[in-house]
Design a protein around this ligand. Structure first.
Ligand SMILES: C[S@@+](CC[C@H](N)C(=O)[O-])C[C@H]1O[C@@H](n2cnc3c(N)ncnc32)[C@H](O)[C@@H]1O
Length: 250
């Protein structure tokens, strides 16, 4: 059971403590190891204009530079067919909602719990509750959420099948999953043996007792002021059981 203490949250049972910074709880398994890598991002002022920040982090690669690149891309990629379909679907979801790999929260729905490992993105996410944690080991009791969402995380994580397991475990029995991905894996993030294609994702949903609908939408991503990559994204809505009426609810 976690309770308040000066650094943030403390566990009465094991004595571990977890910093809370600007309202974001750092609930990773080893907060000190995480901070050793990411302290530049955590301590970075929020009021610096983008071009100045970029200048400050110029030079050899560092975690803040990586995060600022992601921030630029997601900030400038809020509009498009997949983005529109997601916005519509997420606005209709019942709460409480858990969003894994939430990034910036570019869809705009704020009444949810957002989980991500990227401080720079999460600290700019408008979600009511923001937790810095591993989406593959989220710090919540199972079965608590009416909806679990993962947008473009499946092909950005080390274990896509594990992600589907986590989503199923966090969902209440009558809950809904919302899953989007272009399945554009990078081998250094997701080992080839773990990469699921569309049939693999759908077999995993079936094996866990889900029925689903799937839509295909273009997902434009601006990676540079003069470059837009367009992925073909898949958007699944899934629920347990076989009622054909369920998609009309969402
Ligand atoms: C492609 S971005 C998508 C962000 C956002 N969902 C969107 O669609 O705009 C993938 C996000 O997943 C996060 N991520 C990747 N692996 C993660 C993990 N194991 N736990 C938590 N977040 C993770 C990254 O930090 C990044 O913000």
């Amino acid at each position: 059971m976690l309770g308040p203490e000066p650094v943030g949250l403390g566990c009465g049972a094991c004595g571990a403590s977890f910093p809370v910074v600007d309202g974001i709880s750092l609930l990773v398994s080893d907060p000190d190891a995480w901070l050793a890598e990411e302290r530049l991002a955590v301590l970075c002022r929020h009021d610096l204009p983008g071009p100045l920040l970029e200048r400050l982090v110029r030079g050899g690669p560092n975690p803040l530079q990586r995060s600022l690149r992601r921030l630029w891309t997601y900030h400038h990629s809020r509009v498009g067919p997949l983005q529109d379909a997601v916005q519509q679907a997420i606005s209709a979801l019942p709460g409480p909602i858990l969003e894994l790999g939430a990034g910036l929260g570019a869809h705009g729905r704020a009444e949810l719990t957002a989980v991500d490992l990227d401080w720079v993105l999460l600290s700019r996410n408008p979600a009511q509750q923001r937790i810095l944690a591993d989406a593959l080991a989220p710090p919540f009791a199972p079965g608590q959420f009416a909806a679990v969402v993962a947008l473009n995380l499946l092909d950005s994580c080390r274990d896509p099948l594990g992600l589907i397991d986590v989503m199923a475990a966090q969902l209440a029995n009558d809950g809904q999953l919302l899953l989007a991905s272009p399945l554009a894996y990078e081998d250094h993030i997701t080992p080839i043996s773990a990469q699921l294609d569309q049939a693999g994702v759908e077999a995993a949903l079936s094996a866990r007792g889900f029925t689903w609908t799937v839509e295909v939408h273009d997902w434009p991503l601006r990676t540079h002021p003069r470059t837009v990559s367009v992925h073909t994204g898949l958007l699944w809505r899934a629920w347990r059981g076989g009622s054909p009426l369920r998609p009309a609810d969402v």
